[in-house]
Every structure is written in C-alpha cells, then in structure tokens.
Design a protein around this ligand. Structure first.
Ligand code: NAP
Length: 322
C-alpha cells in the first residue's frame, strides 16, 4: 500500500512538473527573450531545447549590432540571456520535440525521450540551421576539416590556409574572424558581388589575408583523414581548379528547424512558419518567433523583438482563457 502511495505521489508530481502555462521550443535569442517576458508576467514557463542554448548566434565570433553591447561574442551574449531568463524563473528542459498536439486549450508536446509536456500556450522559436553544400567529401570530412563554426574551430587553423564558402553576412564576418589564425582565407563565392552588409564587405576587402575566388562553386572536398583540398568550378567558364586548404567553413544560408511541424502549422515553400505581426500562427494559442518564421531581416535584435511580441500575445491569450 505504502509502495502504491509513493508511486502515485511520484506520478502526480511528474504530471505537475510537466504542466506549464507556456512552453517555448528553442533556446536561442527569440526563445530566451520570450521566456524573460512570460516569466516576468508571472507565467510558469519552460524552454525545451534540443541541444545547447544559443542557436546560431552561439556560433558567431563577434556581434556588434546588438544595441547595448559594443562588441561581444555570441556565447557571451547568450550567457547573459540565459542568466536573465533563469533569474526570472524559467525552467530549462533539454529534450527534442518530435510532435505537438493541440486539444483546444491544452497543447501537448511529445519529446524524443518519451516525455509528454502540456501547456496553455506554445511558442515556437526553433531557429534555423546552416545549409549543407551537398557535394562529394562533405559527409566524410564533417568535423575533420569542415565546420560551420569559426569561433569553435578557427584556432585549430593557426598559420594554415582555409576556405570560406558563401557571400552573405555570416561568410564574410567569419572569414574576417578566421584571419586572426589562418595564414590565408579563400572566400569562395558563386557570384562576383557579395550579399553581405557594406561595412562588413569593406572590412573584408581591406584584409590582406582574404583572397576572393569569384564566380566559383565548390565541387568536391578531398583529403586522407582530414581535409587537404577543395575542388571548385567556375560557373561562367566551367573551368575547375584545386585549392589546397586544411579547413572549409560553410556559410551558404539557412534552413528553418520546422520539419516536426510540417502539416501542423502553415509554412511557406521553404519551411518558414507563417506568423502575423502578433506572432500568431495558423493554430490558436501557438505562436512563433525568430528565424524559424517567414521574415525579411534575421538578426538577434529582430529575434528578440519577435520573442517579446510572442510572449505578450501569449499573455493575452492566457488571460482571455479565464
Ligand atoms: P545568406 O544571407 O542567405 O547568404 C548565403 C550566401 O551563400 C549567399 O551569398 C549565397 O549566394 C551563397 N549560397 C547559397 N547557396 C549556395 C550554394 N549552394 N553554393 C554556394 N553558395 C551558396 O546567409 P547568412 O550569411 O548565413 O545570413 C543569414 C541571415 O542572418 C541573413 O539575414 C543575414 O543578414 C543575417 N546575419 C546577420 C549578421 C549581422 O548582422 N551581423 C551576421 C550574420 C548573419 P548568393 O549571394 O549568390 O545568393
């Protein structure tokens, strides 16, 4: 009898522990901001995060356009967000969400470890991940010379030659960062014009360690155990050449982390969630914010703005339930 009572208590405790007013899926800038706001509004809030807090900005070497911080690394910025959310009482659960069910007021979240969490409101803030090149050698050399994180891996390439693929803000910023360590950084871009913001472009053009390889796309990454070279092809002439490099940093854009929501929420053709200006999605009581949504500007500051709006809408939604 005693045994049954203890088990029942555990069950009830678990049920209680798994019930929240607000569950935020994703612990990047959008999700952490939403948590700061919902916790301050007095709602029991959990952040469900698959791996580590921070999202893509955690991989950024330097952030200099987040107001209030002259210059800060991605990991340092996220550490502040995390501390702030914790101070207001946010709970952190590290587990992967595989399915959401919406049963009127109650929303159920199923995770990879078999847990089920319930909430009155769900805020999706799952962000986006870096796209792959999908070329020969990419799978083989992931973590053995191919990286998406100059902050994490740049120091391994002291006095070596490396390649950066892409012409956007991330590629150009990280190429500049890599010149701190590398002997030479080849910036390989498929056009002859960068997409990156002007100020970042100008810095890159002035940097003598960066050599621009215009109008080339990567074809194959080769080596023995580790990367030794990249084969690139000129998109205009068809000419191929091999560039000896020890590292390849790939920054060719993003894919939203929304696969588990396909068919459940309305999305555009690229998988970005369609949310209105109040961050409402196509399902009542489910809001979305940050880089996983369809939008024009993907920055930490816009993710934070979205997160605050989603939290405010969540607050209104819960108050209207009463
Ligand atoms: P992005 O802006 O989408 O740029 C991707 C780059 O990769 C483009 O130059 C594109 O070429 C190239 N590319 C795409 N597919 C390719 C392929 N298959 N092979 C070769 N090249 C390919 O991505 P991002 O730089 O990661 O930036 C993502 C978002 O975050 C953007 O909105 C960006 O502004 C923002 N961001 C902001 C900051 C900042 O403000 N400090 C820093 C980082 C990122 P094309 O130009 O020819 O299309």
């Amino acid at each position: 009898m005693e045994q049954i009572k203890i088990n029942l208590n555990n069950f009830e405790k678990k049920e209680k522990d798994n019930n929240f007013d607000v569950i935020i899926i994703g612990g990047g800038p959008a999700g952490l901001t939403a948590a700061i706001y919902t916790c301050r509004a007095g709602f029991k809030t959990a952040i469900l995060e698959k791996m580590a807090l921070g999202g893509q900005i955690f991989l950024s070497s330097e952030v200099e356009n987040f107001p209030g911080q002259i210059k800060i690394s991605g990991p340092d910025l996220i550490a502040i967000f995390e501390k702030q959310a914790k101070n207001f009482g946010a709970e952190f659960i590290f587990d992967e969400v595989i399915k959401i069910e919406s049963q009127n007021i109650v929303k159920l979240i199923h995770t990879a470890s078999g847990n089920i969490y319930s909430a009155k409101v769900i805020i999706i803030a799952t962000g986006a991940k870096y796209k792959n090149l999908n070329i020969k050698g990419e799978e083989k050399f992931k973590g053995k010379g191919i990286s998406n994180c100059a902050t994490c891996d740049g120091a391994f390439y002291k006095n070596m030659d490396v390649a950066v693929i892409g012409g956007g803000d991330t590629a150009v910023e990280e190429a500049i960062f890599l010149t701190r360590f590398a002997n030479k950084v080849y910036l390989i871009h498929r056009r002859d014009k960068l997409r990156a913001t002007k100020i970042i472009q100008e810095r890159a053009f002035k940097n003598e360690k960066i050599e621009f390889i215009w109008n080339f796309i990567p074809e194959e990454i080769s080596g023995d155990k580790y990367v030794e070279s990249i084969k690139v092809k000129n998109v205009k002439t068809g000419e191929s050449k091999i560039i000896p490099v020890k590292g390849v940093f790939v920054y060719i854009g993003l894919i939203p982390n929304t696969e588990f929501l396909k068919g459940f929420l309305d999305m555009d053709e690229n998988g970005y969630i369609i949310a209105d200006k109040n961050m409402n999605t196509s399902k009542e009581g489910i809001f979305a914010c940050g880089d996983c949504t369809q939008k024009k500007l993907r920055q930490v500051v816009t993710a934070c703005g979205d997160g605050a709006i989603a939290a405010f809408s969540a607050q209104n939604y819960i108050e209207n339930l009463k």
